[in-house]
Design a protein around this ligand. Structure first.
Ligand code: FAD
Ligand code: NAD
Length: 497
């Protein structure tokens, strides 16, 4: 084990150690398995928790099995701690930019990193109280801590103890993929699983991967004072987003002092005089940087190993996860899956909504289809990058004619008064109609703004109606109304008399 990992261990704060020890500290005693369960749920992340609550609310006899911490990735090592650290990093960025707002910040603004991380953990603990084992038990859920694995088509074991089920839901989530870079393991690296437990700010940080994890954390750590380099092996960040959105993000990261290295690969890592030296290559240009810590965010792998899925007749793929049909049913008709373990869209909200669907389909005779969901997402950089529905390139591939209405944020009064002018609202409609097919929003609060477009899509509200919906002045969401009004103007010009 490396010195970095050793120091991480010894630096691991007490509350984290307690959380890892988890239920044992609370002296949790697993219940005796009570006969056959109507629903057994493997994994208690957002998918498993929502499934348990939904099932229990319908009076279903349900067992929920978690091998580590209730709340899964989202609460413990994902959405919640990442958003908490991002918030404080924004505050420091605003203090840095105070002059732009006509404000004076007293000299010597100093980042108290330990306090930043203490807040992150406090918020995590606070939110963790919501779905505690005791609350779940009070709602009628039998909560088991232990490693679940199938032992047949309708049985599983929890650390050797047998449990029978009528239906089961696999909600075991995903874990970080780790790039196979020579010397990386020996030098030591962080992933989302331990980066939020760090108590000392690394002076020099290398982030490998320019997806949501890499971009969010590179910006946050840079704003908190780490000299940060981000390496992305593709020409742009956030590979699936629109080019102009990703370009704005590159500029924003550079503005925050992040060294942006696109089209770059890591050749190897070595320890020299106690420091991590990392060899990089961009096209033919090679160079070496020295850092104190390395954070990887190069994608997620579904947790399918160790579940003995073969014994249950559940088909899966090591990279793509459990194979499900449009109703979230696996190749074993008794067993369903939800969340990161089976979905391409790996988000907290998708995990939760797919779990509700799976429970209703499995137990309440519903026939809800995954393909009918309208799923938005947002990368919480500054500016945020949010999307819902189709991208233009997808529409082109599918032969759907689209027309796009774009409003730049610098045309919106509130973005100007807030000095938050970077970004745009782009809404795509089916050509010749006002039917919204998709949208991308790049704005400081894009994650909140995209919900209006999602609502419109779900409720079949077209741009004509959005143009007439009164939007509060002064809000950045006015950009959406302006885009809708741009549609109306085109329509007026082309409408027959
Ligand atoms: C850094 C980071 C930031 C993120 N930010 C956001 C965000 O802002 N918004 C967003 O929507 N999404 C975000 N996500 C994604 C989100 O965290 C996941 O999509 C979500 O947690 C998936 O939920 P899940 O229930 O499917 O799986 P998980 O949350 O991974 O939960 C699965 C649970 O199953 C347990 N388990 C696994 N195997 C077994 C077993 N054999 N027996 C018993 N239990 C088992 C695990 O211990 C775990 O608790 C982020 C992810 C990361 C890594
Ligand atoms: N705000 C959010 O909703 C949020 C935030 C974080 C994570 N997540 C979820 O977690 C998932 C995983 O995020 P992620 O960022 O780890 O993965 P990702 O797959 O979305 O992005 C990883 C990026 O790293 C690049 N990459 C891969 N190997 C590399 C290498 N060796 N060197 C340099 N670059 C390399 C890839 O080209 C890719 O662009 C996301 O897709 C998302 O579903 C969501």
């Amino acid at each position: 084990m490396t010195s970095q990992m050793d120091s991480l261990r010894s630096n691991t704060p007490q509350d984290v150690r307690e959380r890892i020890a988890g239920p044992h500290l609370e002296a949790w005693v697993n219940p005796e398995p009570a006969g056959r369960y109507q629903l057994a749920i493997l994994g208690a992340g957002p998918a498993g928790l929502v499934a348990a609550e939904t099932a229990a609310a319908h009076g279903v006899k349900v067992a929920l099995i978690e091998r580590r911490l209730l709340g899964g990735t989202c609460l413990n090592t994902g959405c919640v701690p990442s958003k908490a650290i991002i918030r404080t990093s924004r505050l420091y960025a605003e203090m840095r930019d105070a002059l732009r707002y006509g404000a004076q910040v007293p000299d010597g603004v100093r980042v108290d990193f330990a306090a930043v991380m203490e807040r992150v953990r406090r918020i995590r603990t606070h939110l963790g109280q919501r779905g505690s084992a005791r609350q779940l038990a009070a709602a009628g859920v039998d909560v088991f801590f232990g490693d679940a694995r199938f032992s047949g088509v309708d049985t599983l074991t929890i650390d050797g103890i047998k449990l029978g089920f009528d239906k089961a839901l696999i909600a075991t989530g995903a874990r970080p993929d780790v790039p196979s870079i020579p010397g990386l393991a020996a030098a030591g690296y962080l992933t989302n699983e331990n980066v939020f437990d760090v108590t000392e700010l690394p002076k020099r940080l290398l982030v490998i991967g320019g997806g949501p994890i890499g971009c969010e954390q590179a910006q946050a750590f840079a704003r908190l004072g780490a000299h940060t380099t981000i390496v992305q092996n593709k020409p742009l960040f956030l590979a699936k987003e629109e080019r102009d959105a990703a370009q704005i993000l590159s500029v924003a990261l550079a503005r925050d002092g992040v060294e942006v290295r696109l089209n770059t690969n890591v050749l190897g890592v070595r320890i020299v005089a106690g420091e991590k030296q990392v060899d990089l290559v961009s096209d033919d240009y090679k160079n070496t940087i020295t850092v104190d810590a390395i954070l990887t965010g190069v994608g997620r792998l579904p947790n399918v190993e160790g579940l003995n899925l073969e014994s249950a007749g559940v088909e899966y793929d090591i990279d793509k996860g459990v194979r499900v049909d449009d109703f979230l049913r696996t190749s074993n008709r008794r067993i369903y899956a939800a969340g990161d373990v089976c979905l391409e869209n790996k988000y907290g909200h998708t995990a939760a909504v797919s779990a509700q669907m799976a429970v209703r389909n499995a137990l309440l005779h519903s026939r809800e289809r995954l393909s009918e969901l309208v799923i938005p997402w947002c990368t919480f950089t500054d500016p945020e990058i949010a999307h819902v529905g189709v991208y233009v390139r997808e529409a082109n591939q599918r032969g759907i004619p689209v027309k796009t209405f774009t409003i730049q944020m610098h045309e919106v009064d509130r973005a100007i008064t807030d000095s938050e002018e970077a970004g745009f609202v782009k809404i795509h409609v089916r050509e010749g109609t006002d039917q919204i097919l998709g949208a991308t929003i790049v704005a400081r609060h894009a994650g909140d703004m995209i919900n209006e477009i999602t609502l419109a899509m779900v409720a079949n509200i077209g741009l004509r109606t959005l143009a007439r919906v009164i939007h509060t002045y002064d809000t950045q969401a006015e950009a959406i109304q302006k885009a809708a009004q741009a549609y109306e103007r085109t329509h007026l010009r082309t409408a027959p008399r």
